[in-house]
Design a protein around this ligand. Sequence first.
Ligand code: SF4
Length: 624
Amino acid sequence: MEFGDRFAYETFRPGQRELAERVYRGCTEGGILITEAMSGFGKTSAVLTGVLSAAEEADYKIVYACRTKRQINRVVEEIARLQVRHPFKAASMLSKYDYCLLRRHRAIPPESFGWYCTFNTSNSLCSYFMNVPLTKAFGLLVQSTLEKAPRHHELMRGAEAIHVCPYEVTRLAMVQARLIVVPYQYAFDPRAMSMLFDNGSVERKRAIIVVDEAHNLRDFYRGAGSATLSLDQVRGASREARALLMEEAAKSLSALESSLEEIITATHGWRLDKGAVVEKFRSDRGTAWLQNLAFELSASSGAAWGSVMFERRLPSLILRVGEFLSKLSSSSPSVLVKWDNYLGLVDPDPVRTTSDYLGEFGSAILVSATVSPSSVFARSIGLDPAEVRTYQASTAPTVSVRTAVDTGTSTRYRLRTPEMYSKIANRIAAVIGSTTSGVGVFAPSYSMLGAIFEMVSKRVGGRNMVSESPGLSNDQATDVFDSFRSADDSVLFAVQGGRFSEGEDFEGGAMGSIVVVGLGLPPPTPMMHAEYAFLKRAGNQDSFLMLSRLPAMRKAFQAAGRHVRSPGKKGLVFFLDERFGSSTAIDLMPTWLRSDLTIGDFSPGTIEAFSRGFWDTQTPPLPS
Ligand code: SF4
């Protein structure tokens, strides 16, 4: 089939056909292909076109793994367009929690949801589940979702209309689908993978895996392989156990708290000897005490079922402690660390299995907007650069972006003074005041975001200003997004690396200028030290670049690209941090960001004049 007949749009944007062809070839050759294409390139539709063509020829399935639910929604929208041009079956799968119709009027924490669903289905208390084999329309709904990928709310509405569980609809659709879109969990977390691979939906060697925003893989593996526990959480679990009449468990949890407190205070430095800690529990409390407690807490299903029945809060802290103790007493290669009142278990080499795992698929396509330098990127996710192929999609001058790096500001920890915050706020206010379209402001952390939002709000009036906050649900995030779009000159405050800085579409002129505040280097926690130490021992001289600087730069560049959604787009990007002016940072910058770059210490007045000039298409040079 000619790519043009399958492509979702009338014409290809520059570079899209080439990307589709390269992805097609990558799939037919097998192995791992890393592809890079800038924000706004339209890489999702190009990649889908190439991968679907190859999969249909070989009669393979496709697993399309996305980091966030919002990214899944965007892929689903592209799929629905492609299905209009060329019919194929597709399904997407979120977590059961996202689909549950029964829990809508109850506050069930996600950690305890498994019990809730099991309790209701095994006691015939969920009519949505019981109706599945009884409702003739169920099969029709499955077929219609396969043929035209529904948005999440459309599926929920369709399932509710015939009173069946939406999760069961997607579960059956997955078995028949050519293309399955899933969150990373189902593709990469051993605890969740069985849903995709053990029920006959996907046979890895007859499947192509596409990893969207693949630069997040290391973070994902790190999160899945690590666990933290605080003394406060152990205390909380003890309270939960007492409330659920688990007297023995409550006593054991109190004993655990004293032991952990003793261990934390007796050890100097951040690293603990995991074997010695487990041995201490054995000698102090008995050989199997730790394993028994871990099992009792993780599997305290009777108590959990009771809490479901009597509508009491489900014991999420009990589960958390149980999970931590299971990991502590397992033979996994994790390292035990401590800080303040916390203990952490971290896998110092979280990506050790990536290469073998991806090799089990017919082929693997890794997609990102920022993979340069590709050899560091490959190693950061556990791949040997010599064994992967890379393709950088052409970024021929399709956008007109002017970039300014302000060296008069910094978010380095020691420079975070009230004066510096004030300087930053004044510069942001200058950008907002001189931009008549929307503005995006991306901070390195939620705490800085809150402070900046407050200060800028006092300086700027008459603009609709919305801010991201931690832990937003999907619906709340949609509200923030809708509020931003409700006015042409809204200002969005969000964090770098958050849900609004990757994979979110700010169409047309919705966002004209972007301000990236600070470099979001990860805090130097003992968890990070463990990874650094491992990489150093393995002979990596660039562990800081790989684990800290490059991921932080990537987040900043991803945020900077939020407003670039289509060819011909014009925009301004301000980096407010002197570290973006270093030669290393400029070398790492994507071409489209550094092709018109000015560096200097700019006053708010200079920024304002420059910004106004740019939008009036007269662009006076910034003094540098
Ligand atoms: S079967 Fe579906 S609707 Fe019923 S409790 Fe489970 S997830 Fe919720």
